[in-house]
Design a protein around this ligand. Sequence first.
Ligand code: ADP
Length: 204
Amino acid sequence: MKDNKNNIHPVFDKILNRPDKEKLLKQHSRVIWLTGLSGSGKTTIGRHIEMELNKRGYLTQVLDGDNIRTGINSNLGFSETDRHENIRRIAEVSKLFMNCGIICINSFISPTREMRHMAMKIIGKENFIEVYINAPLEVCESRDVKGLYQKARRGEIKNFTGIDAPFEPPLNPDIELKTDELTVEESAKKALDYILPIIIYKST
Ligand code: ADP
């Protein structure tokens, strides 16, 4: 057969794009990016937000250390370069979910402004909801959910955020949740009050 452009049949017109998928799912997708110290409550609040969204019929995907560090990023450590690559891949994966119409909830320390800025650039400013899970270091350390602070204090873990690696608080987060003042439910409600009006489906 002669190779001319009439023989090329792109299928892209048959593939659903993001607005089509958002319509299918009756929701607007975003990436909800929770940042904060270890033990500040990112995982707990992220899961709570997911549960509340699921109850209302929204489709979500949580990304956190449990499903990222053990899988796609299992070859990465905690050096500056690896932390950067960790966040870059997470942002790219989130973007795939978002383009599929799914609301992606990410719980990662993501300690520097530069890292979060990179994530925001990959995902797009208009799609990125930055949530600062804020608890003083002493509170996070006293919770010490995984015993990591004790290990870091003993020098068994190096480059531990808050101990011997910096955490740069967001300067202008979309939402700030002070988890030493709010209960998990109160934090989730405050987040949902901001998120729900954005993701509720509006046909155009
Ligand atoms: P991170 O994901 O930021 O490391 P986690 O959610 O794993 O933090 O751990 C936070 C711990 O603090 C959990 O054990 C949680 O039950 C506890 N916690 C106590 N009070 C609060 C609160 N008000 N908000 C969030 N977490 C809280």
